[in-house]
Write a protein that binds this ligand. Structure first.
Ligand code: MG
Ligand code: MG
Length: 252
């Protein structure tokens, strides 16, 4: 079932979104060379507690996810588990995926950052992935279709010479983190669900430097590129409004 949210509900999702934005701010500050991904998770936990939010990541799924953020370095595409023995090094890239719940309403967003100075290909991978999300957001407009959103990601990411992960997709979001519809990062334009006011989507391109193929590690969570080349991931929670796309996971 696809639900549309009222203005008041979207306002609550924006409050959850500001918590997510602050989590990102502190996580990015924590993700320095020599820090561990557990340090990044602790920075996010502090924000959740201080803001009186709940985590939608902690305990999610099976086996229950143990962090409040997913920390996915280098060849890890998504769902990396924060750990004391994963030490960030100069030259790494790191996807930080954060979520929060306020009064039952969810927000979800991800960013990929360079750890210190990174190589040119990593810089371009991050930049192209960020731009692919921006292009998708421009299509979160009444009357456009889900296929237009996916096609926008595809055009930017593949135009940059990279490949798009197909096994994992974006999603509707509201009183649950993952609601219908699924939001693929590819697709023919002018096809699929027509976007209407009140629809709220988490759009999250996952873009690989090498091939598109993925693999899940033995921990049951960590998704890596099969060729072990690097991957970047950006995500925002966005509402379709009468005034166009409204990004709910920005820091205001
Ligand atoms: Mg996410
Ligand atoms: Mg998501």
């Amino acid at each position: 079932m696809i639900t549309r949210k009222t203005r008041d509900q979207i306002a609550l999702m924006r409050r959850a979104g500001t918590v997510v934005a602050e989590m990102h701010e502190l996580c990015i500050r924590a993700a320095k060379p020599g820090a561990t991904t557990a340090d990044v998770d602790r920075a996010a936990r502090e924000v959740i507690e201080r803001r009186g939010a709940r985590s939608n990541f902690l305990g999610y799924g099976s086996p229950p996810f143990p962090g409040v953020v997913c920390t996915s370095p280098n060849e890890v595409i998504v769902h990396g588990i924060p750990a004391d023995d994963v030490v960030l090094e100069e030259g790494d890239i790191l996807s930080i995926d954060c979520g929060a719940i306020i009064e039952g309403w969810h927000a979800d967003a991800a960013v990929t950052i360079p750890v210190g100075e990174v190589d040119e290909e990593s810089k371009r991978l991050i930049e192209v992935t960020r731009r692919s999300l921006e292009a998708a957001i421009e299509n979160v407009v009444e009357g456009r279709r889900l296929g237009d959103v996916g096609a926008a990601v595809e055009q930017v990411a593949e135009g940059g010479g990279f490949s798009i992960v197909r096994e994992y997709v974006g999603h509707g979001i509201g009183t649950a983190m993952h609601e219908e519809p699924q939001v693929p990062n590819y697709g023919p334009p002018n096809r699929g669900l027509k976007l209407k006011e009140g629809l709220v989507l988490a759009i999250e391109p996952m873009v690989n430097a090498g091939g598109a193929e993925t693999e899940v590690l033995a921990d049951g969570w960590t998704v890596v590129t099969r060729d072990r080349r690097r991957s970047a991931h950006f995500e925002h929670t966005i509402a379709v409004t009468a005034n166009g796309p409204e990004v709910l996971t920005l820091p205001w």
